[in-house]
Write a protein that binds this ligand. Structure first.
Ligand code: AP5
Ligand code: MG
Length: 214
């Protein structure tokens, strides 16, 4: 199935994506991760977007669509999960065309719903493994053994430079401005499912699994 996650920064898209990727074999396409990889590799695109990401600005549709297109050219065989994409109506329409080209279509759009206060809390505590990117939260979802990644046993962790209250408020403003037409677009297609993402990680996962019937 092709699944789309939409939801504000810090709502838990990446956390639930880990489950679909690791346990259900989905190909995880996160445009945020793709852009950060470009940055890390020091490519032309990476240099171009660095400042905008750090300041919580949206990246141009053209850049984002080119990165997604490149990923889809690898023709993932199993399910595909789009995380944080599409974020504009232009991206949503372009995604439909790209999927049409490979004879696929979206099966479900999961809309993560969480209060704004909770988003600030989650972003404040987010950190991740430097090696495998496994996500954690201080104090709510810490590694089982202090200082050691549950997944790859690395002992090094990092935070994201855009995870400050000031930048988060900008990211949330962008989201609020652009999400309504996207919700409407998928509602019309009868694909939209609203998920109560304020519950625990496990409860959110259970609700998501029941939506996706997997
Ligand atoms: P991106 O990386 O996509 O960031 P985002 O959408 O702001 O979302 P986040 O990754 O911050 O949050 P998340 O929902 O994944 O939450 P997570 O699971 O980590 O994009 C970054 C930037 O790239 C954008 O600002 C923009 O500049 C650019 N960009 C990306 N896509 C673009 C596009 N399509 N077009 C244009 N520009 C684009 O969880 C957060 C924390 O909460 C963690 O600590 C986690 O442990 C914890 N947590 C998770 N679930 C729960 C729970 N149920 N209860 C308690 N804690 C929880
Ligand atoms: Mg994420």
């Amino acid at each position: 199935m092709i699944v789309v996650f939409i939801g504000p920064s810090g709502c838990g898209k990446g956390t639930q994506a880990e489950f679909l990727k690791n346990k259900k074999g989905y190909t995880h396409i996160s445009t945020g991760d793709l852009l950060r990889s470009e940055q890390q590799a020091g490519t032309e695109i990476g240099c171009k977007v660095k400042e905008d990401i750090a300041n919580g600005k949206l990246i141009s549709d053209d850049i984002v669509l080119a990165l997604v297109k490149k990923k889809l050219e690898l023709l993932p065989k199993n399910g595909i999960l789009f995380d944080g994409f599409p974020r504009t109506l232009k991206q949503a329409k372009a995604l439909d065309l790209m999927l049409l080209d490979i004879k696929k279509e979206i099966g479900c759009v999961v809309d993560f719903s969480v209060t704004e206060d909770e988003l600030y809390n989650r972003i404040k505590g987010r950190f991740m493994c430097i090696k495998c990117s496994r996500l954690y939260n201080d104090p709510n979802y810490m590694p089982k053994v202090k200082g050691v990644c549950d997944k790859c046993q690395s002992t090094e962790f990092k935070t994201r430079p855009d995870d400050t209250a000031e930048v988060l408020s900008k990211r949330l403003a962008w989201f609020k401005e652009l999400v309504t037409p996207i919700r409407e677009y998928y509602k019309q297609k009868n694909l939209l499912k609203t998920l109560d993402a304020s519950q625990s990680i496990l409860q959110v996962r259970e609700e998501m699994v029941s939506f996706l019937r997997i």
